[in-house]
Write a protein that binds this ligand. Structure first.
Ligand code: FAD
Length: 370
């Protein structure tokens, strides 16, 4: 991947202001459409390319990388849509003219996606009506089109099914809610969206009743490696800062590299980097080959985030008191990486899925249509 120019956030800059500056720089590069096939105007690159682009941006600034992961995650759902919807939306998503969000999490439904309460009901004339409230949605206030997972209303409870719908943010009844004030990723917009009796045309319903599969597919094929890439990029930056310190006048005067215990910590950082890279590469490569190895993808998310946390802690130890300094940025990055734990599956969710895989009970999410 070629290096992309993007603005670094100002210390006190609000996420929405930062997003505007970031967007103005990044949209012309085509990165919004990194995985969108070229016939729809995208770059047509692979999942490993996306991983590297997000990691590279996160290495320079974690919030900037988190934004790139979120806008590319948003396109994941659209790749599973009908050809008609793909032709309608993908060219605009590829240029950043439209910015997609994925709306799954709700105030009372997080890890257990099946328990969500947002409802899609048949309208009296034609089409559907969407009602519900979403929370912790990346780009809630800057997204222009929402991919929403909802439950289909039915008089027969046993027939309740989940579905995915496309809802432009300009639709009547769509309202943004509060910004979720995260203690990390300070320049990344995450917040609530309400859908108050929003009209949804029948052709904006995705994959019929397979809404949960659609959600799991977007999270598995895009979200997990995206969040892993943010965490991995943050770890690389912490190691950059640590190396700079070790080779500085102070670091050299202290001869830190000669100390056995410090060598052990350096080895630990490298192990975290090498294992994360190997696992994420294998996982991304399997998707690029059209045969996702979903156990690798689940493991890549869980392990890479953990490796980033322990690797950054090791960097802090190597630098002693300076490891906690604002200039080194390790503590801020640690807070950023903590924010990658919940989205796209917490560790406990990924382990629960891996246990199903081990016991032969895991349900594959499948690959999106070509
Ligand atoms: C930075 C950030 C960006 C996000 N972006 C989005 C977005 O764009 N779109 C979106 O829809 N959501 C988004 N989320 C929300 C994220 O997907 C949820 O936080 C996540 O699904 C967990 O839900 P929860 O926080 O409600 O935790 P809960 O569901 O309340 O779970 C609490 C704890 O219990 C564990 N747990 C619960 N049920 C199970 C189970 N069945 N098996 C194993 N463990 C379980 C969880 O793993 C977790 O550790 C984002 C969150 C953050 C922090």
């Amino acid at each position: 991947m070629h290096s992309v120019n993007f603005p670094l956030p100002g210390e006190q800059e609000a996420p929405i202001d930062y997003f505007s500056r970031w967007h103005a720089n990044v949209a012309p590069t085509g990165l919004y459409g990194i995985n969108i096939p070229s016939r729809y105007g995208g770059l047509g690159l692979g999942h490993w390319d996306r991983f590297e682009a997000i990691a590279d941006m996160s290495r320079r600034d974690t919030s900037a990388g988190a934004i790139l992961q979120s806008v590319t995650l948003g396109t994941g759902m659209f790749l599973s849509a009908s050809e008609q919807l793909r032709e309608m939306w993908l060219p605009k998503l590829a240029t950043g003219e439209e910015i997609a969000t994925i709306c799954i999490t709700e105030p009372k439904s997080g890890a257990r996606i099946g328990s969500l309460e947002t409802t899609l009901s048949p309208a009296l004339d034609e089409g559907y009506v969407l009602t519900g409230s979403k929370q912790f949605i990346a780009n809630a206030h800057v997204g222009t089109v929402h991919g929403v997972i909802a439950k289909r209303a039915s008089s027969d409870r046993s027939a309740l099914r989940h579905t995915g719908v496309i809802v432009p943010s300009r639709s009547a009844g769509v309202e943004t809610g509060a910004v979720d004030d995260l203690d990390g990723l300070k320049h990344f917009n995450v917040g609530g969206i309400r859908f108050n009796n929003v009209r949804v045309p029948a052709e904006h319903v995705l994959l019929g009743n397979k809404g949960l599969q659609l959600a799991h597919r977007s999270i598995t094929l895009f979200g997990k490696l995206n969040l892993a890439a943010v965490a991995y990029g943050a770890l690389l930056r912490s190691w950059d800062e640590t190396q700079n310190y070790l080779s500085s006048d102070t670091g050299r005067a202290k001869q830190l590299e000669q100390i056995g215990a410090i060598r052990g910590l350096i080895g630990e950082v490298q192990r975290c980097i090498s294992e994360s890279r190997a696992l994420c590469f294998s996982a991304a490569h399997s998707i690029d080959c059209g045969e996702p190895e979903e156990d690798l993808i689940l493991a890549a998310k869980a392990s890479t985030v953990n490796h980033a946390i322990s690797g950054i802690l090791a960097c802090i130890s190597i630098m002693g008191a300076r490891g906690g300094s604002a200039a080194a940025g390790h503590v801020t990055r640690l807070s950023d990486v903590i924010q990658t734990m919940a989205p796209a599956g917490t560790e406990s969710v990924n382990l629960a899925q891996l246990s199903k895989f081990a016991l032969g009970k895991y349900k594959e999410v499948g690959i999106y249509g070509s």
